[in-house]
Structures are given as structure tokens and as C-alpha cells.
Design a protein around this ligand. Structure first.
Ligand code: F6R
Length: 622
């Protein structure tokens, strides 16, 4: 989703801006732009639809000099992807330039008012409203006043007054033609980080552009406005006074991920899964007590024992992980679990039992719906936990406690290692809650031992890559796929289908294998492959019967099975073998070939795997 960068210091701003925007490419975007100031020329905006390379070429042809600037990658919300709608946007007749992440909900009424005041709009965006609004407040400043001499307080005040009129969410970076040494950043619901350098300051919507520039950061919080010059940073609350900002050290994990010889981030991250899973488990397995342990839940075993219902929430892949977690926790701990789409939970006002405990599952920690669901449940007085990858992200900070994945940066838009790490953490939670309740020592120990073997088994599942590639090439032209599994493997079927949809734009449906008879079976024909996830579990024979139902209707079957399964060979068209593990961990192993399948089908269809159309890595709008 949209990305912001900003710079003020002694260097040419565009050097950092363009490099920073490249680091934000993974978030998904459809246009990009920069604005710089080189007095006396005023603010120069360069922007266009398409990739950063295109912007870079424009800047090579017509440089945008200046040691202060802002940049943006846009993922269209209000108005299509056009050059005019790309950010930054001018306010007034060039007195201001604004880059914005988020959505201004009351933009139409503000726009009507600004038009009545004489403002001329060049774009269809909600952002241009912010730019004009700031300009209209600046016009009220005393032209004779020396703003710098009073610590830019009148400027702060003008921005504060403009921001107070906005409803919705924003992360903003703002330039002022008449104050060409000042960069302002403001946040409400859309993350912003300030990087503190030697005689320079940076702004970015996530940490990745800052890696290699500085490791000293200030996280701007909701309702805060930061004003920076090359060597000074001041932060004020939008409605209150100055805020003492805390300089912290950028987490070493935060970004800078390089391809390291892989063709795509997605492929690299698929291969990182054994290590990511190991990191998720590191220091959390307690062999002596045959259980798992977590440092950051901030609740005692006595309090956790009181939780009679767990609510797992998230979006997309994280929601799928939640569904795996439901099967795991209910099987091992016998604690009832509800899995809610965060986008529904935030508005559905469900009746929750008094002793419910919420887990918000999120890779980025910034997903707008997940954050809103967490806030809503927290507001009602329930304890909230985050299962999150990005350290220091908004959800990680706002939850009462939580568990970090430690999977390292996930750059590929299609989530892979975050999913398997989330499922691993949920498996550990299942053991933990199990041991608080009915799970005996021996069963607990067996479960922990199975966990220990998991990275090795996922590593062996990675060996299926070449075989899956051949299968992918065989079916690459199919336009519909079914993904089928039962019990623990049903959510993995959903996740496999989502991967294919996301990066190859092929229609795929995930279903519980038996439920397929109640409708989707109508889709089955010789051109519609069905991908089955078959474990050596209690429903093995039942799933085999479902395979026969598909074959009887002429549908090709690709089966992901456990090593040594001979029976499937006479029925399925293509068989992929993965190591068997405990039922509650099997989806973490079996998903690997489905990630490969999506990857290689996307390649065969000529799709841009790491930058799939329309998608954003971190969905920070509702
Ligand atoms: C799919 C994918 C998305 C995310 C979803 C939630 O591959 O990446 O479906 O899982 O947008 O994102 P997070 O986990 O960052 O909250």
C-alpha cells in the first residue's frame, strides 16, 4: 500500500527519496512521485504512473535539485492511477506539497468548502484536500512574522488547525515553499517513523528505507506532528502541547532484505521458512515441563487459565493462520476458539463471554482492519494479544501483550514465511493452553518433540520445488483450480488457493474436501485441476473418497501426500510427497508445495511475482 519518504539535510534529497521508494516498492503501488525545494525556485513536483524506474528516468531527464524533499508511492483509493492523482500534491498555488497515506473520510465536504473559497483541484484524490487545507491555514499567518525565530510555532499551529478538520486516517509528509528548510510529518492511524542522522532527518512509513542511513529512530504516534530541520526535531501533539520524543534503536531485523541470488523475494522467503520457524520457536520450548513458554504475554498462567474462549482475528493469510490455530488449540487444549475476519469483527459487536481473550494475528502489525478490531475489543475491556512479525508496529504496541514471529522482513507481497511462522506460534500456544488444561506430560512432550523436528521437515518439503515446477508447467494454462483438504488441512487449502489467485490471477477456490459436493463440484471438468491435501490422519479414507468423486467426473487431481503413500498413486494424476508430522503441524509442511505451485504457475504465465497487480503488502486502509 502507499509509502512515504522524506528527507532534510545536506545531501541531494532525491538520492535518498528514490532509493527509499524502491525499498517501499514491495508494499504495492501504481504511481510514484517526489517533491523537492531548491530556493528560490519553489517546490518542484515530479510524478507519474508506473514503476519507480520510470520516475527515475524522469528525474534523470529533468533533475529535481534540493536538500529537502518528500516522496510517495501511491496505491489508488480515491481516483484511478493517473499522473494527476499521483502524490505529492500541491496546496494553493504551490505553497505546499503533501504526500499522504490513509483515507480522508470527510474529503467531499472539505472539498466543497475549499472550492467555494476559490481553490482549484487538479486531481480526484482526497489528499489534495489536505494540501489546500494546510495552505488555507498558512494564509492566515502574519506575513511580517519571523516564523523561524519563534521555533516555527505559528507553522505548527497552522498544520494543527488543518489536521483537526480531517476525519479518517493519515500519515503525512509536508513541504512549505516559504519555509524551505522545514519538513513536517503527521500521523493518525497510518505509521510514520523519523530517522535521526548527523545533520539530517528522514521520514518513512516503515523502517526499510532507513536501513543503512541511520539506526536512530523516533516513532511518531497517533495525533503527533513532527517538525524537522536538518539538525532539529520537535514533536507536538495535535491538540495538546509539545511531546518528549523517545529516540530508539532501529531493530536489526527491520529491513534491508536483499534478494541474495534468488529470482524473487517470494522464492527467497519460501526457502527461509525452516529458519523462520526455528526463530519462532527459539527459547520458547520447555522440554522439562513438556510445554512452551512466552515472554511477552504479560498475563500469569493463572490469568491465562481463566480464558474460556479465544478469539483469533486477522485478514487474508493471517486469518487462514487463525483458522489453523483454531484446529490446533481446540484439539490440544479443548479451549473453544472463534476465528473472525478483522474487517467484520470491528463492526459486528459480537456477544463475547466475560473471560474471552483476543489474539490479533498480523505480519505487518499495521493492517487497518486488524488494528480497528483490536482497539474495539480492547475498548470493551477484554485483554488483547498480538501475534506479529514487525517489531514496534502499531498493533504490537497497542496490544496488552504478544508474541513476535521473528521471521525477518517479509517483502514478497504473497505471504509465505509469515504464514508458517504464525501457524508455528499458534501450535506453541495450543501446547501451552493444552498443558494449562488437559494435556498430560507425555502428550505435551511428544508435541514439543514434533515441533523440534518441524524445521527439518519443512526443509525436506522444500526439495519438492523442481517436481512442483514441472506440475505447474503442465497445468499453467488452466483457468480454474479447486483446493481441497479436511480438518487441519482445510485452512491450508484456503491458503494455497489464495496464493494462486494473488500472484497468477487464476481463479481458485479453497474448500473443505467433502463440502465440495454441495456446489463447487459443478465446476469439475477435464480443465479444472483439484489440488488435494491428504495427510495420514483420521480423515485419510474420507479424503480419498473425495478424490474418487473428482476423478469420476473427469477432473485432474494433484495430490500433496505424506511420504510413502502408495494408495494415492493409482488415483491421482500428479503426486507430491512431503514428510509426515503430527496432525496439528501437517499444514505447515504441506503448504510448502502449494507455495511453489502458485509461484511456478505465476512464472509460467508471465506474471510479476513480487509485484502482483492491485495488491498491497500492508493494507492500511479500511
Ligand atoms: C496474502 C497476504 C494478505 C495478508 C493480509 C494481512 O498473501 O499477504 O492476505 O495476509 O493483508 O496482512 P497482515 O498479516 O500484515 O495483517
Amino acid at each position: 500500500m502507499c509509502g512515504i519518504v522524506g528527507y532534510v539535510g545536506g545531501r541531494e534529497a532525491t538520492e535518498f527519496l528514490v532509493q527509499g521508494l524502491r525499498r517501499l516498492e514491495y508494499r504495492g503501488y501504481d504511481s510514484a512521485g517526489v517533491a523537492t525545494i531548491a530556493p528560490p525556485r519553489g517546490i518542484q513536483v515530479t510524478k507519474s504512473t508506473g514503476r519507480i524506474e520510470h520516475l527515475d528516468r524522469l528525474l534523470a531527464a529533468t533533475p529535481s535539485p534540493g536538500s529537502i524533499g518528500i516522496g510517495h508511492t501511491r496505491w489508488a483509493t480515491h481516483g484511478p492511477a493517473t499522473d494527476e492523482n499521483a502524490h505529492p500534491h500541491y496546496g494553493g498555488e504551490g505553497a505546499v506539497a503533501v504526500a499522504h497515506n490513509g483515507v480522508i473520510e470527510n474529503y467531499q465536504s472539505l472539498k466543497d468548502r475549499l472550492i467555494a473559497e476559490g481553490y482549484r483541484f487538479r486531481s480526484q484524490t482526497d489528499t489534495e484536500v489536505v494540501a489546500h487545507l494546510i495552505d488555507s491555514q498558512l494564509k492566515r499567518l502574519d506575513p511580517a512574522a519571523d516564523i523561524a525565530a519563534v521555533d516555527y510555532q505559528p507553522l505548527f499551529r497552522a498544520v494543527q488547525l488543518a489536521l483537526r478538520q480531517l476525519q479518517g486516517t493519515y500519515g503525512l509528509a509536508i513541504l512549505f515553499r516559504d519555509y524551505p528548510t522545514v519538513l513536517v510529518a503527521a500521523r493518525l492511524g497510518s505509521p510514520l517513523i523519523v530517522g535521526v542522522g548527523q545533520g539530517e532527518h528522514y521520514v518513512a512509513s516503515d523502517a526499510s528505507p532507513l536501513v543503512g542511513q541511520t539506526d536512530r529512530i523516533v516513532r511518531i504516534m497517533d495525533n503527533e506532528v513532527a517538525l524537522m530541520t536538518a539538525d532539529k526535531l520537535r514533536v507536538v501533539h495535535r491538540d495538546q502541547g509539545p511531546v518528549r520524543h523517545l529516540v530508539s534503536v532501529l531493530d536489526a531485523d527491520s529491513g534491508g532484505a536483499e534478494l541474495g541470488g534468488f529470482a524473487h523475494y517470494m522464492l527467497k522467503e519460501i526457502f527461509e521458512q525452516p529458519e523462520a520457524i526455528r526463530n519462532a520457536m527459539r527459547g520458547r520450548l520447555d522440554m522439562d515441563a513438556a510445554t512452551t513458554r512466552f515472554g511477552g504475554l504479560n498475563l500469569s498462567p493463572q490469568q491465562l487459565r481463566q480464558a474460556k474462549r479465544l478469539i483469533l482475528t486477522g485478514c487474508g493469510t493471517s486469518w487462514h493462520a487463525g483458522l489453523v490455530g483454531k484446529y490446533q488449540i481446540e484439539a490440544l487444549a479443548r479451549v473453544p476458539v472463534e476465528v473472525e475476519y478483522a474487517s467484520e469483527l470491528r463492526y459486528s459487536n459480537p456477544p463475547l463471554a466475560g473471560n474471552s481473550l483476543l489474539f490479533a494475528i498480523t505480519q505487518s502489525g499495521e493492517t487497518a482492519d486488524t488494528l480497528a478490531a483490536l482497539r474495539e475489543i480492547k475498548r470493551k475491556g477484554y485483554p488483547t494479544m498480538a501475534i506479529c512479525n514487525v517489531v514496534g508496529s502499531t498493533i504490537a504496541q497497542e496490544a496488552d501483550g504478544g508474541i513476535y514471529l521473528h521471521a525477518g522482513p517479509e517483502i514478497g507481497v504473497a505471504s509465505t514465511k509469515a504464514f508458517t511462522s504464525q501457524c508455528t506460534v499458534l501450535a506453541m500456544l495450543a501446547i501451552y493452553f493444552g498443558r494449562l488444561h488437559h494435556l498430560g506430560y507425555d502428550a505435551g512432550l511428544r508435541a514439543v518433540e514434533e515441533l523440534q523436528e518441524l524445521p527439518g521437515k519443512v526443509g525436506r518439503a522444500l526439495e519438492t520445488g523442481e517436481a512442483v515446477k514441472r506440475i505447474a508447467e503442465k497445468y499453467a494454462q488452466a483457468n480454474n483450480f479447486l483446493y481441497l483438504g479436511r480438518q487441519f488441512n482445510f485452512p491450508a487449502a484456503l491458503e494455497g488457493a489464495l496464493k494462486l489467485k494473488e500472484i497468477s490471477y487464476v481463479h481458485a477456490e479453497g474448500y473443505p474436501a467433502a463440502e465440495m459436493k454441495h456446489g463447487p463440484i459443478a465446476l469439475v471438468d477435464e480443465n479444472t485441476p483439484s489440488v488435494f491435501l491428504i495427510a495420514r490422519d483420521s480423515v485419510y479414507d474420507k479424503v480419498m473418497a473425495n478424490v474418487q468423486e473428482i476423478k469420476a467426473r473427469g477432473g485432474p487431481v494433484i495430490a500433496v501426500v505424506c511420504e510413502g503413500d502408495r494408495r494415492i498413486r493409482s488415483v491421482a494424476d500428479d503426486v507430491i510427497e512431503v514428510p509426515a508430522t503430527a496432525d496439528f503441524l501437517q499444514p505447515i509442511v504441506s503448504i510448502v508445495p502449494l507455495q511453489f505451485l502458485a509461484y511456478y504457475i505465476a512464472l509460467a504465465r508471465g506474471c510479476d511475482v513480487d509485484k502482483p497487480r492491485n495488491l498491497a503488502k500492508s493494507v492500511t486502509v479500511e
